[in-house]
Write a protein that binds this ligand. Structure first.
Ligand code: HEC
Length: 164
């Protein structure tokens, strides 16, 4: 092999390594940036459950106080925790108990004026409370965003800055 050929081959080898390395680095960076991914919230509910639950949520005005799927009543300003991702924080049985309680604040204390607190939904039919509990439990958040949801919930519930 002449030295000119060696030089060209060497050049090709170096560019293969450099281009490969760049690609790898770019991919690794894309995977690190959660901001570039889609919304972290999702539901595992069937379409039937989602439809029935969303009807109840509309009828009962849950979004007067809570945001859900990033929607809430813009005329209201109750600092209630968001419901997006709430199913990653509690079990279905907990939601059912909470909605069925005559005094929800005995389960989850409130820092707010009585008119802003979570109302009791004990008067709903058992089926309606089960549908709501199953749907709330289906509202999940991706693991990479879970700590954000915990922080936001803590700050809404206590009015204090979150220190993990
Ligand atoms: C009047 C405002 C208001 C309405 C209407 C309301 N909530 Fe709430 N909710 C709150 C507040 C405020 C809290 C936080 C606890 C408290 O302060 O009582 C809360 C807490 C919750 C929690 C627990 C959140 C957590 O972080 O653990 C769930 C779940 C919930 N509400 C679901 C619902 C559902 C479902 C509806 C409709 C059927 C609803 N809420 C209607 C104000 C409201």
């Amino acid at each position: 092999m002449r030295s000119g050929e060696k030089f060209i081959l060497g050049l090709i080898a170096v560019s293969v390594v450099v281009v490969g390395g760049l690609r790898y680095w770019q991919q690794a960076r894309e995977e690190e940036r959660p901001g570039d991914r889609e919304l972290p919230f999702y539901s595992t509910a069937s379409p039937e459950l989602a439809r029935e639950a969303m009807q109840l949520i509309r009828r009962e005005g849950c979004r007067d106080c809570h945001s859900l799927w990033a929607v809430r009543n813009p005329m209201q300003a109750v600092p209630a925790p968001a419901l997006d991702g709430i199913g990653s924080l509690h079990e279905e049985a907990w939601f059912y108990q909470y909605l069925s309680a005559e005094d929800p604040q005995a389960i989850l204390p409130s820092r707010l004026k009585p008119e802003y607190r979570m109302p009791s939904y004990a008067h709903l039919s058992e089926r309606e409370r089960r549908v709501l509990a199953a749907y709330l439990a289906s509202l999940k958040v991706e693991d990479w965003y879970l700590s954000q949801v915990k922080k936001a919930e803590y700050e809404k519930l206590t009015g204090l800055p979150y220190r993990p």
